[in-house]
Design a protein around this ligand. Structure first.
Ligand code: ATP
Ligand code: MG
Length: 569
């Protein structure tokens, strides 16, 4: 087992049944695409991918893999002002990390700018597009609304020659930004606002991350998207529900141009409680310093949750479990965490770590003696074997595991109480030493040498087992504990005059500076994942070094979701 690189390609076994898969099955049966299944994942490189994108990635790559098809990675990079190579790079890295492979099918909508321009000219020649001099505001006013038909633009009936001339001059840079657009000539009275002469091309004197200053006109997303799918001979163009109303427009473009017609299928966006999945809002969190970057472990970005310790397998299992539907809803964050736990439980080595140390002295343990206690690495995986953990007279335990005046139901250490030290001995607390301020600074115990390994030969029981590290052998670490980034289930729900920023959880990050770890963790590599016994799952942060170990708490041990599931059965 290699916890830092656990990603194996997903198996192309039969995927979960859903309506998208049913459509593909039917198309295969009717031989609609000659047996081809060709999907694509089309991110706009204007931010980092988030867990919502993972749903789309798993669906697109998963379905193609299941039916021996292909999936393209295509950057929908039609908006030069918001797009950056940093995003392109991170997106590719994230898709690979999730376990998917576009092989040699990496494309950019910007590769098609030449073809798209030609098709726009074709539309003009066919009398299906015109150059319009209305400003953006005027276009909006003329468009009308759901109850009122739109008004035709005064430029709607320009001659083909004038349109061809003006469009070419738009391309040649003769006009300033926003002064003219190319619009499709469809139907200003259509009940679908997307069909009321939508803008096809706009003027934008901005450098593009790939085409530089070659172009000063750029196709609108709605034009570029469907045409790119057509160029790539996509069979099933799978997208989220908000594009349902755009489908008639995509269909119109390919029909007017007489080009290959992909089939669009819409599914529900992933929404998660206590989480925002909008690149625009995530960008705001990054830019305004509310988080430490796109890969902050509190972020729902793939870079963030990866750094936090989530595994690609867990995310794929989660996506399988939630399925797809035709109505938008909200999934409980607890379900995602449940899948993370399930996977980490299988693969994580167990270790002992003390977050808030309290000194424990075993008065009857020989000074200077060190024993190597045998500890099981992973009870879920016998092949993971055992390791040795040093035990000595002075240990560190959690402050929480001692109470001078224990409340009822508290079975951990207190004066006179015997507990088991995991893989160690039974110890009985004799007394606590306090600072002048009355704070417990050290506790004293005696141990029973007959209980080595943690079992009493006389069969006597203790009610509690606690973890520990040997004070002289332990190593230091910083441990970062995370809570939900937002305090509200729906972070968009706000009081008047506030925005989602008001719902940020001020306690989403707690840094524990003085944690003590068992020595086997020395030099743990960034990305490695562990279960700290009794505390949760933790991953070595990308900021970590041999000189300064840093861990992120991935998720705690308590699985409320598993309980809910059990109750439901
Ligand atoms: P955002 O609102 O975060 O900017 P987007 O839809 O604009 O998201 P794109 O880069 O255009 O982001 O998305 C690429 C693909 O991922 C699209 O097919 C889109 O439908 C899908 N996608 C984006 N967000 C989600 C989500 N929350 N759930 C499922 N699929 C999503
Ligand atoms: Mg988008």
């Amino acid at each position: 087992m290699n916890p830092s690189n656990p990603s194996a390609p997903p198996s192309p076994a039969a995927g979960p049944s859903n309506f998208v898969r049913d459509i593909i099955l039917e198309d295969l049966q009717t031989n609609k695409y000659q047996g081809r299944v060709h999907t694509r994942f089309p991110p706009e490189p204007n931010g980092y991918l988030h867990i919502g994108h993972a749903k789309s990635i798993c669906l697109n790559f998963g379905l193609a893999a299941e039916f021996g098809g292909k999936t393209n990675l295509r950057f929908d990079d039609t908006n030069p002002e918001k797009e950056e190579t940093e995003y392109v790079d991170s997106i590719m890295e994230n898709v690979k990390w999730l376990g998917f492979d576009w092989e040699d099918r990496l494309f950019y909508a910007s590769d098609y700018f030449g073809q798209l321009y030609q098709w726009a000219v074709d539309l003009i020649r066919k009398g299906k597009a015109y150059v319009c001099d209305l400003t953006a505001d005027q276009v909006r006013q003329y468009r009308g609304n759901l109850t009122e038909a739109g008004k035709p633009s005064p430029y709607r009936d320009r001659s083909t020659n004038e349109n061809l001339d003006l469009f070419e001059r738009m391309k040649n840079g003769e006009f300033p930004d926003g002064s003219r657009t190319l619009r499709a000539k469809i139907d200003m009275a259509s009940p679908n606002l997307n069909m009321r002469d939508p803008v096809t091309y706009r003027i934008l004197h901005a450098d593009h991350h790939r085409t530089g200053s070659t172009w000063c006109i750029y196709p609108m997303y709605d034009f570029a998207h469907g045409e790119s799918d057509s160029i790539e001979k996509i069979t099933h163009s799978i997208c989220t529900l908000e594009f349902e109303d755009h489908r008639p427009l995509y269909d119109w473009y390919v029909e007017q141009l007489g080009i290959y017609h992909p089939q669009q299928i819409e599914f529900d966006r992933l929404n998660l409680t206590y989480t925002l999945l909008s690149k625009r809002k995530l960008l705001q969190l990054v830019q305004n310093g509310h988080v430490r970057g796109w890969d902050d472990p509190r972020m729902p970005t793939l870079s963030g949750i990866r750094r936090r310790g989530y595994t690609p397998e867990a995310i794929r299992n989660f996506c399988k479990a939630i399925g797809v539907s035709k109505t938008n809803g909200s999934i409980e964050l607890g379900l995602l965490e449940h899948h993370v736990r399930e996977d980490l439980n299988r693969r994580s080595p167990r270790v002992m770590a003390v977050l808030r140390p309290l000194r424990l002295v075993i008065d009857n343990y020989p000074e200077g003696q060190v024993e190597e206690m045998e500890a099981v690495n992973n009870p879920e995986d016998p092949s993971a074997g055992t390791r040795r953990v040093p035990f000595s007279r002075v240990l560190s335990i959690e402050q929480d595991d001692f109470r001078e005046d224990p409340p009822k139901q508290y079975y951990r250490l207190s004066p006179g109480r015997e507990v088991r030290l995991r893989y160690g001995y039974f110890v009985t607390c004799t007394h606590a030493v306090k600072s002048p301020a009355g704070e417990v600074v050290e506790i004293h115990c005696t141990y029973d040498p007959a209980t080595r390994g943690g079992n009493a030969p006389d069969g006597r029981k203790v009610k509690s087992t606690i973890h520990w590290v040997s004070a002289a052998h332990s190593i230091d670490a910083e441990v970062r504990l995370y809570d939900n980034l937002f305090t509200k289930e729906d972070p968009n729900q706000t009081e008047e005059g506030q925005d989602f920023i008001a719902n940020l959880n001020p306690h989403s990050l707690e840094v524990v500076a003085g944690a003590k770890l068992e020595p086997s963790l020395a030099g743990a590599a960034a990305g490695s994942r562990y279960q700290f016994e009794r505390l949760g799952y933790f991953a070595v942060d990308s900021d970590s070094s041999a000189a300064r170990l840093v861990f992120n708490r991935t998720v705690g041990l308590k699985d409320a979701w598993a309980k809910i599931e059990k109750r439901g059965k």
